[in-house]
Every structure is written in C-alpha cells, then in structure tokens.
Design a protein around this ligand. Structure first.
Ligand SMILES: [Zn+2]
Length: 191
C-alpha cells in the first residue's frame, strides 16, 4: 500500500520575510501581544521586538512615540483592541478557520502600514513602513504578523493552553499545553 503523504513539505521559499515566522521556538509577535496583561513593562518589551521589523525611517518615528504609547489613554485603547483580537483568535482556533469578518476587520487596520519589499542578492526581504505614525500602526502590525503566520502555517499552530489560558504557537498537531508545568497539571487532572 502506498504511504499517505502525511505532511506536505513546504515549498522552497524565495521570499524570506523579515518577520521570522519560521522560527517557532520563539513565539511570533502577535502571540506576545495576545498574552499581554495590560501593563507598561511588557508592552514596552513588545515594542522593542517590533522595532526590529521596521525600516530605518519608521524605526526612528516609533522611537519618538514610545512615550505616547505608554500613556494611560493609549494603553486603554490597546487593551480594547486586544479584547476584540482575542475574541476573533479564540473563534478561529475553535472553528479552525479565520472568518471573513475577522479578515475584513484586520484589513481595516492596514491603512496605517505598508509592506516594502527589498531585493538583495536575488533575495527578497520584507519590511514594514509606517504610513501614518499618528494612527493605529501598532495594532496593524499585530494583525500583519498574525496574517503572515496564518498564511504560512495555517491557524492550527495557534494554541491556547487549557490550564493557564496563555496563547502559544506550536507546529505539533497534538500539542496542547504551553509548558511542561501546565502539562503536568493537565495530566493530573485527567486522572
Ligand atoms: Zn499553560
């Protein structure tokens, strides 16, 4: 009997996106954002991760805006955005599909950023340019990052730990818990 093709090998990439979604031992950017608990310290750390993925000009304009982002009003808005983002992600995880509504909601955010492709030695790299530094570019970046990951790997790699409720990314089909610690608790509860 012929063996079934279990997993399709990904086609060789010509494009190497600047957002490194292929390294899943590190969670993608949007996962950090989903797990954000509304505090200043963590969002600042996330913003520094964002900086790595921007072109030079945008990097400079972001650096001058960090103080604004860390203001109460901005963080409040960001928390509200995160709530909607989470609801949509939870739904996508449970139906194993990204709904058309979610896609169009994310598309709405795209006016604040644009993708720039740079060719170097026949290699393609993608950078993000911030079109409107006064707008919701940070939110857009989380959407962009999610879409990249989803396009590349599918929604299956986005998981939510049933014990601590944290989000994580893992290629394993049956991986369920975010850590060994949560796995132990989960196993004990099953008994
Ligand atoms: Zn967990």
């Amino acid at each position: 009997m012929k063996k079934l093709n279990k997993i399709k090998k990904p086609k060789k990439k010509v494009i190497s996106p600047k957002i490194k979604v292929n390294k899943l031992n590190h969670n993608p950017l949007f996962i950090y954002f989903l797990n954000w608990e509304g505090d200043r310290y963590t969002i600042e750390k996330i913003i520094y991760r964002v900086l790595d993925q921007l072109d030079e000009k945008s990097k400079k304009s972001v650096q001058s805006k960090i103080e604004d982002i860390l203001s109460d009003s901005y963080l409040n808005n960001l928390s509200n955005f995160q709530k909607i983002f989470k609801i949509n992600i939870d739904k996508a995880i449970s139906i194993k599909e990204v709904s058309a509504e979610f896609v169009s909601w994310m598309n709405n955010m795209y006016k604040y950023i644009s993708e720039k492709t740079v060719f170097e030695n026949k290699c393609e790299e993608r950078y993000i340019e911030i079109v409107n530094p006064e707008g919701k570019w940070l939110e857009s970046l989380f959407c962009y990052n999610f879409i990249m990951v989803n396009n590349y790997f599918g929604i299956d790699i986005v998981k939510k730990c049933p014990i601590c409720k944290k989000y994580f990314a893992h290629k394993g089909k049956y991986s369920k818990y975010c850590s060994e610690g949560c796995k132990e608790i989960g196993m004990r509860r099953k008994k």
